[in-house]
Write a new protein. Structure first.
Length: 207
């Protein structure tokens, strides 16, 4: 399923006011973001990159970078969090999520990061909420992610946001956080989600 046209991507953007009072935008990654996104990942601390990708890496391999900018391909979506810094739109965070089906249950699995300089401003918590909204617009009823058991920076906002925790199948170093969501299309609390839902963007029938 590729529900979004590239020339249409900006319509699925959300403006979020975060705890610190700052306003950030969450929008789908565009092909022209490739360089900025790579610079963003390179600028993360070693620790943040390790936590994000669950292993050591300096940058996104070219093939993965290409995957990041192909929004909707193979039911995978990437968003960037941007804010105006010195008058320039600057990437301060990102998330990638994938729609999957287990029988009748549609779920979204995601990973995310926030620029180290902007962590602990409430942006991660706001992004988490926005991802739930985007998940609802795709018809998902479950949102989940895996993170290192030691990663308090992800575990705390997830716990505060109502996620439940369990062991990640097959990897004792990880913990899975998950949350069931049930939102009617008209009640989806973000502009991007209401737009997608009103256009009838629906997940394909499970095989
Ligand atoms: C996880 C992450 C996205 C959280 O983003 P954030 O914008 O800092 O999150 P918030 O500001 O909403 O933080 C919420 C709470 O998490 C906890 N927290 C955040 N960073 C923390 C840290 N480094 N150590 C311990 N607790 C931390 C705090 O309790 C914080 O609330 P407080 O500031 O009121 O004390 C960010 O730390 C990050 O990008 N980490 C690297 C990548 C990663 O770990 N991704 C998750 C796996 S996919």
């Amino acid at each position: 399923m590729t529900p979004f046209r590239f020339d249409d991507l900006r319509q699925h953007s959300d403006l979020l006011r975060v705890r610190s009072g700052a306003q950030v935008s969450v929008r789908f990654v565009e092909p022209s973001d490739a360089g900025g996104l790579q610079d963003y990942f390179r600028s993360l601390t070693v620790r943040s990159r390790y936590n994000r990708f669950l292993g050591a890496t300096n940058a996104l391999p070219p093939s993965l970078l290409q995957d990041f900018i192909r929004v909707g391909e193979a039911d995978r979506f990437s968003v960037v969090v941007t804010m105006a810094v010195n008058g320039h739109e600057t990437i301060v965070g990102e998330a990638r999520y994938a729609l999957d089906f287990d029988g009748d249950l549609a779920s979204i699995e995601f990973g995310m990061s926030i620029d180290d300089r902007w962590q602990r401003h409430g942006i991660g918590t706001a992004l988490l909420k926005n991802l739930e909204c985007r998940a609802a617009s795709l018809g998902a009823e479950l949102v989940f992610g895996d993170t290192l058991r030691t990663n308090d920076a992800m575990i705390t906002p997830a716990r505060r946001s109502g996620y439940a925790f369990s062991a990640t199948p097959g990897d004792w170093k990880l913990v899975r956080f998950r949350k069931h969501i049930q939102v009617e299309p008209q009640d989806i609390p973000c502009a991007s989600g209401r737009l997608a839902a009103s256009r009838g963007v629906q997940p394909p029938l499970a095989a």
